[in-house]
Write a protein that binds this ligand. Structure first.
Ligand SMILES: [Zn+2]
Length: 318
């Protein structure tokens, strides 16, 4: 990247206080305009054609629209699936596959004529919750998004710890700890490229994994939300699966406590709406954690679906 070219812009940023965050999803791109204190001025969600150029055009459009509102240049941070490699400048591991192996950061910088910051979307979630979300009172935060997949990130003092491979905290494709005989026998192989391992935790913990496991056992085809509703009505098989799920998640979280020991563990994504997780997981953690007391808080996110886009804006929190 030709950094001199951007010095003029960067100097300008020091005097400006508006931030634009972009959340690059598989079918939609969402943008947010925040003031210095994180107050939301404008938000817009828009569809785009599932290809590279359409994504760039959509972002350009959103940035232009937001800057017209405040009549000044804004910083731009973008949350993407996967990550933008430090080494090659190319996107890797994105499930929006048209982003993979593309110099997305460079192309955006040329289009928007400024430096942009890119970050994995689970890290954006973690950053947003750390700065002014459920993790605001705490220094060390572990954010977990549990939706169709399982993504996670670490932050300390409101800074993301990205790691040398840019996968710090993203432990969802590690094996499920303390597996039971049934879990081993389930013989679930992760379909994600670069993983493809048996016992991959995502196959048990993600929303879709939870559904699959329940449906297979009970010969049904219902959603995670429907399973939870069944459980609330007292259905025995649903409650059994939910208890098993909580135990699995506690096992997996205990591994992160053993490494990072974060003050706050914040859940996001569809599965974070299951209220019983916040009562039951803390009760299970001592069984799997090597400590006389387990003080780590298990919290629900504050910003919900907005956390990704807010975190992207907060990438410029210097
Ligand atoms: Zn996996």
């Amino acid at each position: 990247m030709n950094s001199n070219k951007f010095n003029i812009y960067n100097k300008y940023y020091m005097t400006t206080s508006f931030k634009i965050g972009i959340d690059y999803g598989g079918t939609k791109i969402e943008g947010i305009l925040l003031d210095q204190k994180g107050y939301e001025i404008k938000r817009k969600r828009t569809s785009y054609d599932k290809n590279y150029d359409s994504g760039i055009d959509t972002i350009k459009q959103l940035v232009r629209e937001f800057e017209d509102i405040v009549n000044t240049n804004c910083t731009v941070g973008i949350g993407i699936p996967g990550s933008s490699s430090y080494e090659t400048g190319l996107v890797k591991n994105a499930n929006s596959i048209w982003l993979n192996n593309k110099p997305f950061k460079k192309d955006l910088e040329e289009t928007l004529k400024r430096e942009v910051r890119l970050m994995n979307d689970a890290n954006c979630f973690t950053l947003s919750e750390s700065i002014d979300g459920a993790g605001a009172p705490y220094k060390s935060v572990f954010g977990i998004i549990i939706g169709t997949g399982l993504g996670s990130g670490l932050s300390f003092n409101n800074q993301i710890i990205e790691g040398v491979n840019q996968v710090a905290g993203d432990w969802g494709h590690q094996p499920l700890p303390y597996p039971t005989e049934d879990e081993v026998k389930a013989d679930l192989k992760c379909p994600v490229i670069n993983c493809e391992r048996p016992l991959c935790a995502e196959q048990f913990i993600s929303g879709s994994g939870f559904e699959k496991n329940f449906n297979k056992k009970n010969n049904l085809n219902i959603t995670a939300q429907e399973i939870v509703e069944l459980g609330l009505k007292g259905d025995e098989s649903a409650n059994k699966e939910l208890s098993l799920y909580e135990d699995r998640l506690a096992r997996l979280i205990s591994i992160m406590i053993g490494i990072f020991d974060p003050e706050a563990i914040i859940l996001g994504g569809g599965m974070s709406n299951i209220e019983r997780l916040y009562q039951n997981i803390p009760l299970l953690l001592p069984k799997y954690t090597f400590s006389d007391k387990v003080r780590n808080k298990i919290l629900k996110n504050k910003h919900g679906d907005s956390s990704g886009v807010r975190g992207a804006a907060w990438l410029w929190n210097d």
